[in-house]
Design a protein around this ligand. Structure first.
Ligand code: ADP
Length: 483
């Protein structure tokens, strides 16, 4: 392993500015070959409580800093992330599995949120509103909510933390995150760089451990956690929303998706192919905004499928450090789940145009299924693997109905050149995000988030701070009582 990577490996939770050991530990392995990377102290629920307590103590001083001061800390953190981009990316590839080029992209993407919110921190302003009578003034100020608790997934071990932590810290909140136990090392490396950036003790805490429920419950049930932010599956999100109800926390949820990718017959097909490849195969299909259902109009169906098949055939699978396009899925079980969806679709009449043969292991072959319909599980569930499902349609109305036929509402994509159609379809899609002639749409300047059972709250953009602040209205009276 590159020594620069070794330098960034930490083996314990980062609580109150220090590395906190524990008797128990768990192994983090290379997802492509199972080689051990590190043994990490397995945090207890007591340690989670300590982290929350330290965030509570750190809150007043952090919130009391000037926006410019908080911005400087974030800028420093951002610079250190970018200085260590290669090492962070290698670590991420090893513990998560994605190809190195994508891992480098994720580091820059995650750091981009820190940079963005370093700037937004300086633009948190209030408001003066017209009063109901002449003797009053209405002032509105925005204030940090307090301690933020977060739980993040393994598919973007860096960026999912960066975009929550950066917004929270910029707003003046302090932060405690429990990253997925599959990928704790990227999170701890971020904590190390935050430490080097001089971010004060208690402002950012990273608690790593295998007890997902126990550690999660400390965050969701604590009276000292004012806001809870989660990225993960809708299944787990539902549980966590319920857990947050006891203390009436503010909650934001970035949950699952079931993105339609619609190709209309006026589309630029080559552009649609390019968009389809990045949207579907990034992170081996393990993103909540991955195209899940390809809806293709009759007249261009054969051309689209032929061109897509050529590209998919050329994908190389292997260790992410070996210049491949497709890495392993996160676990063998994840691959088995993908295969179950594929097998059941085939039993129900879908045709395998490519791939689909899996016996064991974490690598799932890039696969194309045709003849998929809305009765199949693969149509309604998040696939989270490198599988293209093709549905043929005739009319625009049919495409819209199929696209919206899901409980999810995160990302959606469509390719069309007719300007009227572009507006009609975008208006009709019940999704938080719409990529029009684009297959990758996430960036720090844009509000990321869903509707329906994909959750609520927005990350990134000028809207991304709202979730971490509350509005205080001040009614200033007695103005017309002069002496
Ligand atoms: P999975 O555990 O199948 O990956 P998610 O993608 O929803 O499910 O997981 C997102 C994050 O939520 C991960 O960090 C995971 O460890 C955590 N998690 C899973 N189940 C729970 C739970 N019951 N309570 C708290 N956190 C959980």
């Amino acid at each position: 392993m590159n020594p620069e990577v070794t330098k960034l490996i930490r083996n314990a939770s980062y609580i109150d500015g220090a590395w906190v050991e524990n008797d128990q530990s768990f192994a983090v392995v290379d997802k492509a070959n199972g080689d051990p990377i590190a043994l990490v102290a397995d945090a207890s629920t007591d340690q989670m409580r300590q982290a929350i307590a330290s965030a509570k103590v750190a809150f007043p001083a952090w919130a009391g800093l000037t926006a410019a001061a908080r911005s400087q800390y974030l800028k420093k953190w951002y610079s250190l992330m970018m200085q260590h981009q290669d090492a962070l990316a290698e670590l991420l590839t090893r513990e998560q599995g994605k190809p190195l080029a994508e891992a480098k992209g994720e580091i820059a993407y995650g750091a981009g949120y820190i940079d963005w919110f370093a700037e937004e921190a300086r633009r948190i302003d209030g408001d003066i509103l017209p009063a109901a009578n002449g003797g009053q003034r209405i002032q509105v100020t925005k204030r940090p909510v307090g301690v933020v608790g977060a739980i993040t997934p393994w598919n973007f071990p860096n960026a999912m933390i960066a975009r929550k932590a950066a917004a929270a810290l910029a707003a003046g909140c302090t932060f405690v995150v429990r990253p997925a136990a599959e990928t704790p090392l990227s999170a701890l490396a971020m904590a190390e760089l935050a430490h080097q950036a001089g971010i004060p003790a208690g402002v950012l805490n990273v608690v790593v451990g295998t007890d997902a429920q126990g550690l999660g419950r400390e965050l969701t049930q604590s009276k000292d956690v004012a806001k809870f932010s989660f990225t993960g599956s809708t299944r787990v999100g539902r549980i966590l929303i319920a857990d947050c109800a006891n203390t009436v926390k503010r909650v934001s949820m970035e949950l699952g998706g079931n993105a339609p990718f619609i190709v209309f017959d006026d589309a630029d097909i080559d552009a649609a192919i390019e968009g389809a490849m990045v949207s579907k195969f990034r992170n081996a299909g393990q993103t909540c905004v991955c195209a899940n259902r390809f809806l293709v109009q009759d007249r261009v169906f054969d051309e689209f499928v032929a061109k897509l098949s050529e590209k998919v055939k050329a994908l190389r699978s292997g260790h992410g450090l070996d210049g491949v396009e497709i890495g392993p899925l996160i676990t063998d079980k994840a691959a088995a789940n993908v295969h179950k969806l594929v097998s059941s679709a085939v039993e129900q009449g879908a045709q395998v145009l490519l791939g689909g043969d899996w016996q064991q292991g974490a690598f799932y072959p890039p696969t194309i299924l045709s003849g998929v319909n809305s009765e199949m599980d693969i149509f309604s569930q998040e696939i989270f693997g490198p599988v293209v499902t093709l549905v043929r349609f005739s009319t625009e109305d049919e495409a819209i109905a199929l696209a919206n036929d899901t409980e999810y509402g995160l990302a959606s994509y469509f390719y069309a050149r007719d300007i009227g159609r572009v507006h009609r379809v975008a208006d009709a899609l019940e999704f938080g995000m719409v990529g029009i002639n684009e297959g990758i749409i996430s960036n720090p300047a844009a509000p990321f988030g869903g509707v329906k059972q994909s959750g609520y709250g927005r990350e990134g953009s000028k809207y991304g701070l709202d979730d971490y602040m509350s509005v205080q209205y001040r009614c200033l009276g007695g103005i017309n009582r002069g002496n």
